[in-house]
Design a protein around this ligand. Structure first.
Ligand code: NDP
Length: 460
């Protein structure tokens, strides 16, 4: 049935991701494109009536202000199938019930995703079936390679969408426009002019009951290994000829292949820390290890910093400092580009002493250029001033952008298999050094700005 709408099977339909991110994302996509046709099939081990599934969709779409006609149309076609996806017979029936184009979205615990993928290999799927996978893609390089092998036995690589919703964030996508449509930045974007690049994702949120997931992941895996490396690759990639998805994916992959730890030594290029009791935004935050579900022996970091180098002609010698953590006083979510000092400042001109900086805020979304100018008084006295441009509101939620890409078969916002492997290659030595206690686990008080002296690039 060539004209049938695409069916989106969400396996793990009762889970947190589906309710909190996926369905509201779909709702926000339909708010922008109300005519889009999609059949949403929920599948999970839980019993759920068709009415309850419809109400779950309605509630999620209400958050996203989806127009009523689209809500009614989607809910009218949606269905819920109680399915244990690890039961081959049930999985086979679930897939066989679909007509037309099919997307199978794994909103499942990662270990279940791998097993379901193995079962799908034995089940006939409609031509062109797409698989959408959530991070983490494996838990180390070996398992990432295995997952890729398994998934490509089910469908070809160009039908696999590895999701990183950061790639659907308008401020991250804005990097492309800023870099490639503004002549003033083109000649500056290299080691010739840039001293260092800091990518921060400091959250004020503490654990918020997510110990089950976070205590095994930690800040490095939760943010840096995934989202921040993607941001780095968009920041540092070469110029594409067009917005062609394959080309963009290749250019991002090229950056990560050229990237390594600063000095190739995890004991000097990385730092880790964990929060102790404090106050964030007027709220008491308990010690991380006193949070429910935390296993102190895991030594999970809630703040991590990794210094990387992109070893190619454009970037060699520029440190990229990637830092992310929880329960911090300041929500700092931005890329800070620090430029080199001018080659010469004429005698008699009293410089601000501050470097020129470009700050790309990832949340809420602004671009600020800090430059030295004469603000007042003696015209030869300079001080640093900000020029700020605020980004427009995103047209839809990041998960809406990501889902649009999947439904349109456009992998621009998806992570290619080789890239997922590169991301593990980069963090594996860090995890090994941390496990062997070669890098001390520092402490910081919740609500502070983290331990002293972070952000210093080590000597090589
Ligand atoms: P949840 O545990 O909340 O949801 C997973 C769902 O899958 C549960 O309803 C679970 O049912 C169901 N399930 C487990 N096994 C089967 C099975 N054999 N057959 C059918 N259903 C099954 O996890 P999340 O929603 O939080 O996460 C899902 C994925 O999304 C993970 O890969 C996670 O890493 C990723 N992710 C999550 C984010 C989030 O904020 N939640 C953010 C980014 C990524 P039951 O309860 O019975 O086990």
């Amino acid at each position: 049935m060539a004209d049938a709408p695409t069916t989106l099977i969400i396996i793990g339909a009762s889970g947190d991701l589906t309710r909190r991110l996926l369905l509201p994302g779909l709702g926000s996509l339909l708010a922008v494109e109300p005519e889009r046709e999609v059949v949403v099939v929920g599948a999970d081990r839980d019993e759920m009536s068709q009415e309850d599934w419809g109400s779950t969709i309605r509630a999620a779409f209400a958050e996203a202000q989806t127009p009523k006609e689209s809500v009614d149309r989607v809910v009218g076609r949606a269905r819920y199938d109680r399915t244990d996806a690890l039961d081959e017979g049930q999985l086979r029936e679930l897939v066989a019930s679909v007509e037309g184009d099919l997307v199978i979205y794994f909103a499942l615990p990662p270990q279940v995703t791998v097993q379901v993928c193995a079962l799908l290999e034995k089940i006939p799927l409609p031509d062109g079936t797409m698989l959408a996978m959530e991070k983490p893609f494996g838990h180390d390089l070996r398992t990432a390679v295995e997952l890729n092998r398994q998934a490509t036995r089910v469908v070809p690589e160009n039908q696999i969408f590895r999701i990183d919703h950061f790639l659907g964030v308008n401020t991250v996508l804005n990097l492309l426009g800023l870099r490639f449509a503004n002549r003033i930045f083109q000649p500056l974007w290299s080691a010739d002019h840039i001293e260092r690049v800091d990518i921060f994702y400091d959250e004020s949120l503490a654990l918020e009951g997510r110990a089950g997931y976070y205590d095994r992941a930690g800040a490095l895996i939760d943010m840096t290994q995934s989202h921040l490396l993607q941001v780095l690759s968009m920041f540092a990639m070469e110029s594409p000829a067009s917005m062609d998805a394959d080309e963009l994916q290749s250019l991002k992959s090229q950056v990560l292949r050229a990237t390594s730890l600063w000095g190739e030594d995890p004991t000097t290029a990385t730092r880790r820390a964990r929060y102790t009791a404090g106050h964030v935004g007027g709220k008491d935050v308990p010690d991380y290890v006193a949070e429910e579900g935390v296993e102190p022996a895991n030594k999970t970091e809630t703040l991590s910093e990794v210094v990387l180098e992109v070893r190619n002609q454009r970037w060699k010698g520029v440190p990229f400092v990637l830092r992310s953590g929880k329960a911090l006083g300041d929500q700092r979510k931005e890329i800070v580009v620090t430029f080199k000092a001018p080659s010469h400042i004429p005698d008699g001109l009293r410089d601000s002493g501050q470097p020129d900086r470009l700050v790309l805020e990832l949340k809420p979304g602004a671009v600020t250029l800090d430059i030295s100018i004469n603000a007042e008084g003696d015209p030869l006295d300079l001080e640093q001033k900000e020029l700020t441009a605020t980004l427009g509101q995103p047209r839809m939620r990041p998960y809406g952008e990501v889902l649009a890409g999947i439904l349109d078969r456009n992998p621009m916002l998806s992570i290619r298999g080789d890239t997922a492997e590169q991301m593990w290659r980069l963090v594996e030595p860090v995890l090994a050094a941390w496990k062997a206690d070669e890098v001390p686990l520092e402490e910081y008080v919740a609500g502070s700005s983290g331990p002293e002296g972070w952000g210093t690039v080590p000597q090589r």
